[in-house]
Write a protein that binds this ligand. Structure first.
Ligand code: AKG
Ligand code: FE2
Length: 372
């Protein structure tokens, strides 16, 4: 009932602004090797025994590789496609218009637009990606926004809050259960009203020619782990995202069909659990031949820690039992986890694309910047 009512509201709003309905590209016909990942059905969450079952499933996936899929996450296809349509409209604006919203990147702050060609992928060769991050809907993070976003501000806020307070909180609660911690332990470090760099991201990769792909060794984004707590990647027909289960595994594609979100855990959860939960290693490469000439539009949500969460290993009975306890780990326990996020974003501006041994260190924790 409620879902139907929502869909009809969206139809009216689309007519209001004349935003064309977003049509996803067809999937590739190439046979690719896809990673086998767990699928968590979030509709189980409120069923009797559902949380415990999901927590087990999540713990195994998170310990193995840090990647899994979720479904039945409480957003309609119309709501998701509306976000893609808004994103598409933004990237169709002239470059000088998009540049008006540039984020203060040098300060490690991703609030706003990151222009095309900002990051050196290989020596002398710059990226083909541009993105726009919309930070939380709280007074501290407000900034000037393009008209196309302001027109849909109510819908974007609803979507943003749903991803944060409904979807990501469910996963944080499941992780807490699986670590035998109080259910709100991780949620408390991610409250919506608290200051942090969580963001909804519209992400556009511009197609490259085959000559360019050759000189870039087919790399769109070098191998990396994500900076914050967890990342959500929505439906993506253009096959370019690859993962590695462990550092010594080979790269495999992941497929994200309609109704599914791919999730990866990020650095903070690996630190908090002394490495028991894995920060998923992934990269983006040029798409297969039948998709190579298409631009690739992505929709993502990045969950990042609030200032209240300290970069300090958790005191979890489960982790102690498994030999991942926090005894003697807190070298500098008073560093807010949010400092880590800013430091790693800042580091993107000084990193060398030739050196994949570089790392960022803070509070006794360390992560590599580039994986091949
Ligand atoms: O575009 C994608 O599929 C993933 C992007 C990504 O890994 C990132 O922005 O950190
Ligand atoms: Fe990533």
């Amino acid at each position: 009932m409620e879902r139907k009512a929502q869909e009809s509201t969206f139809a009216t709003q689309n007519e209001r602004s004349g935003l064309p309905k977003y049509v996803h590209l067809p999937e590739t016909k190439h046979e690719l090797e896809y990673a086998d990942l767990a699928m968590l059905d979030l509709s189980e969450f409120d069923r009797p025994g559902g949380k415990e079952k999901l927590a087990e499933q999540l713990r195994a996936a998170a310990h193995h590789s840090g990647f899994f899929y979720i479904t039945n996450f409480g957003l309609t296809q119309a709501e998701i496609d509306e976000q893609f349509a808004i994103a598409k409209a933004f990237f169709a604006l002239p470059q000088e218009e998009r540049l008006k919203y540039r984020a203060p990147l040098e300060e490690g702050n991703y609030n706003g637009y990151r222009p095309l060609g900002t990051l050196e992928i290989l020596p002398g060769l710059y990226d083909n990606v541009e993105f726009y991050n919309i930070f939380k809907f709280i007074p501290q993070t407000q900034r000037v926004q393009p008209d196309i976003f302001r027109e849909y501000w109510g819908e974007i806020e609803k979507f943003h809050r749903h991803m944060h307070e409904n979807v990501s909180f469910k996963l944080l609660r499941l992780l807490a259960i699986s670590l035998e911690l109080p259910e709100e332990e991780l949620v408390n470090g991610h409250l919506y009203e608290a200051n942090c760099d969580s963001s909804l991201r519209y992400m556009m990769y511009r197609a490259r020619s085959s000559e360019e792909n050759n000189s870039y060794k087919d790399l769109y984004l070098r191998g990396h782990t994500d900076i914050g707590t967890m990342t959500f990647v929505f439906q993506q027909p253009v096959a370019a995202l690859q993962i590695k289960h462990t550092e010594s595994s080979h790269w495999q594609h992941i497929r994200i069909p309609p109704g599914v979100i791919a999730v990866n855990l990020a650095d903070i959860l690996q630190f908090l659990t002394n490495g028991y939960l894995k920060s998923g290693i992934h990269r983006v490469i040029s798409p297969p031949e039948d998709q190579a000439s298409n631009d690739r539009l992505g929709l993502l949500y990045f969950l990042r820690p609030a200032e209240q969460l300290m970069l300090r290993a958790l005191d979890s009975p489960y982790l102690r039992k498994m030999g991942y306890g926090n005894e003697g780990t807190a070298v500098d326990p008073d560093v807010p986890a949010s400092d880590w996020v800013r430091e790693r974003v800042r580091k993107n501006w000084t990193r060398s694309p030739e050196d994949n041994t570089q790392s960022v260190k803070m509070g006794g924790f360390k992560a590599k910047i580039i994986y091949d």
